[in-house]
Write a protein that binds this ligand. Sequence first.
Ligand code: FAD
Ligand code: NAG
Ligand code: NAG
Ligand code: NAG
Ligand code: NAG
Ligand code: NAG
Ligand code: NAG
Ligand code: NAG
Ligand code: NAG
Length: 575
Amino acid sequence: MMSFLKVLHLVACLAALSRVQVDGRQCRCLYGQSCWPSDAHVALLESQISHPLVYPVPPASACYTEGPSSSNCSDFLANTFDGRWRSDQAGSMQSVNWETHIFGNGTIDACYSNTALGFPCEQGSISNIGVDVRSIEDIQAAVKFASSHNLRLVVKNTGHDYLGRSTARGSFLIWTHRLKNITYHETFVPVGAGPSTIHSNAITLGAGVQWYEAYDAVEAHGRILVGGLSARVSVGAAGGWISGGGHSALSPSHGLGVDNALQFTIVVADGRHITTNAHSHPDLFWALRGGGGGTFGVVTSVTYQTHPSIPLVGAFFSGNFTSPEAAKGVITEFVRIQPSLAEAGWGGYSFFDNSSLNAFYIALNTSWEAANVTWLPFFDFARNASTDSPGPQKLTVPFDSFFSWYQALFSGDQQVGANVYLGSRLIPTDLVQSDHEKVVKALLATDGVTSWHAIAGGEVSRSNPSSAGINPAWRKAISHVVVFEGWGEGAPVAVIDAAKQRLTSKVNKLEALVPGAGAYFNEAFPFEANPQRTFFGPHYTRLRLIKLQYDPKGLFVVANGVGSEDWDPSLNCRR
Ligand SMILES: Cc1cc2nc3c(=O)[nH]c(=O)nc-3n(C[C@H](O)[C@H](O)[C@H](O)COP(=O)(O)OP(=O)(O)OC[C@H]3O[C@@H](n4cnc5c(N)ncnc54)[C@H](O)[C@@H]3O)c2cc1C
Ligand SMILES: *[C@@H]1O[C@H](CO)[C@@H](O)[C@H](O)[C@H]1NC(C)=O
Ligand SMILES: *[C@@H]1O[C@H](CO)[C@@H](O)[C@H](O)[C@H]1NC(C)=O
Ligand SMILES: *[C@@H]1O[C@H](CO)[C@@H](O)[C@H](O)[C@H]1NC(C)=O
Ligand SMILES: *[C@@H]1O[C@H](CO)[C@@H](O)[C@H](O)[C@H]1NC(C)=O
Ligand SMILES: *[C@@H]1O[C@H](CO)[C@@H](O)[C@H](O)[C@H]1NC(C)=O
Ligand SMILES: *[C@@H]1O[C@H](CO)[C@@H](O)[C@H](O)[C@H]1NC(C)=O
Ligand SMILES: *[C@@H]1O[C@H](CO)[C@@H](O)[C@H](O)[C@H]1NC(C)=O
Ligand SMILES: *[C@@H]1O[C@H](CO)[C@@H](O)[C@H](O)[C@H]1NC(C)=O
């Protein structure tokens, strides 16, 4: 008679067998399944790459006695809100909810920093094994391995993604963080271009370079770059940021990231390393500029146009208001002046709700006098509606460079390490021009803080809408508005679902304000009703054709990305 254990074993084997058949036909192979590569296969991969394989773990694992960890608990707790520290950990995401996995039955698999919550430390959605790539050959070996073993492949750079696109439960990881090469070009001729196509002062950034490193590199040449801005500036300069579009306070004067990219190099699904620019593989070059990260291959470098570093003026506004009516009055005036600010090259960030407004903007190559002519009337307008605490809250300040401005504002503080979902929409300039009061009324009705990113208009709207794959809605927009919802660590699925519901209602209000206007893929609602239309607009069809050409088997799949509609919600099985 067979023992109970033997029966169990047999049942497990049969289950595995049928799963392999299903897997072979339509599903990715996940870690823990019998189809997962054997130790011998893994050892063969390891013999082909330059550095040992990585086995990512949740960063909070350092605070649990069981199992491996990537640091110690005091180090983790001291750095858990720091974007640079998190980006250095293969298993860390910047928004910690993406480290967790919610099963269909509502159970959450996670590793929480608060050990007192009493949950065990689990792997969640963190990849189980990966390649810490340092060379093109490493990437090619990893891509071939994932492809030949039918693995769920994830490309991760810094882990800043707000849609969870740089992690997946049971996946195999390509980690680009250590591709730190930087080359400055006094003159740059794109591969395949005639010798008369010469760009001066360009810079090539390896896929793992982060914005603080890129800003340092161009500062040494008296130049600036259109790039991301956040606490400690840890967003990747050549990964998801540029693939989704890339916005900056400098965008109204110099365009989006995609408008400044001259060339990409990329390893595609069949393992080829190719160069894409306006002359060579121009279709892929078009798609990589806005078609989304993790979709067309593994980008290995991006070459950007730089701009001269010249003095700028910063404008700062901070006000708490005497009543919701007073707040509405000031915010209405603030939104009314946005199109003229963008035309004059002003870009920046603001946050408001029915009791306060905070804003910080910059403009290059403007005099302090001219900046005052622009801003002082608004400051005066707002003053008697404000209940200011003592100190300067509404002022203009000259800076000698973008570099000194960004260092003054973004060197400290901590911005990541929380559970958060965003929702967003691009607000058209003509809507603000025709009815700015309606815009403000709708934004205040979302109940809570609206983040108004003044990073469109001006030069962004002067590019040909079909020049890059990015949603052409960007070219008509004056701002990218973001709303959000968060929740506490360890919250049960019902609490998370309630946050998702509140955010759905906010996003629906934004959609009602601007039907069909579109949204920025990189800072967006992960549960959009129509992601293709919302994130890519009329460019979707062409993006999909290019995706099919370079990745016919769908090796690169990310949530809401081009081609993701071919897969079920887990992105592991074809529909
Ligand atoms: C604190 C914070 C500040 C931000 N500030 C800005 C800002 O100022 N401007 C702005 O436009 N956005 C900003 N963002 C959004 C940011 O652009 C996105 O989070 C973006 O996805 C980050 O890209 P990453 O490569 O750093 O991160 P990751 O999460 O590692 O990657 C994001 C996506 O890109 C893919 N990817 C990464 N590298 C590669 C590669 N080499 N090849 C192919 N695919 C790749 C991944 O697969 C994933 O799909 C910010 C986000 C955060 C959290
Ligand atoms: C924790 O790690 C940090 C960084 O590696 C190190 O400086 C520190 O000494 C370690 N602390 C302990 C208690 O091991
Ligand atoms: C939920 O599903 C997971 C995965 O199948 C399982 O491990 C867990 O025990 C289930 N939890 C409950 C409460 O049923
Ligand atoms: C980085 O630069 C070095 C030195 O030029 C070069 O040998 C190496 O191939 C480069 N690495 C990548 C990934 O491009
Ligand atoms: C600055 O503006 C002046 C005119 O206002 C213009 O002549 C000059 O070229 C600009 N400089 C740069 C670097 O943009
Ligand atoms: C500011 O004060 C003036 C006169 O005291 C008043 O008419 C005006 O409505 C106030 N503005 C705001 C925004 O409250
Ligand atoms: C507004 O209120 C917040 C919180 O009450 C306070 O921290 C901030 O200093 C106030 N700002 C101004 C400009 O008074
Ligand atoms: C500009 O306005 C500020 C107040 O924000 C003032 O201190 C400064 O003197 C003004 N500068 C010029 C050149 O007028
Ligand atoms: C102001 O906002 C808060 C929180 O978002 C909300 O509860 C309150 O109802 C709002 N008040 C008005 C008058 O809109």
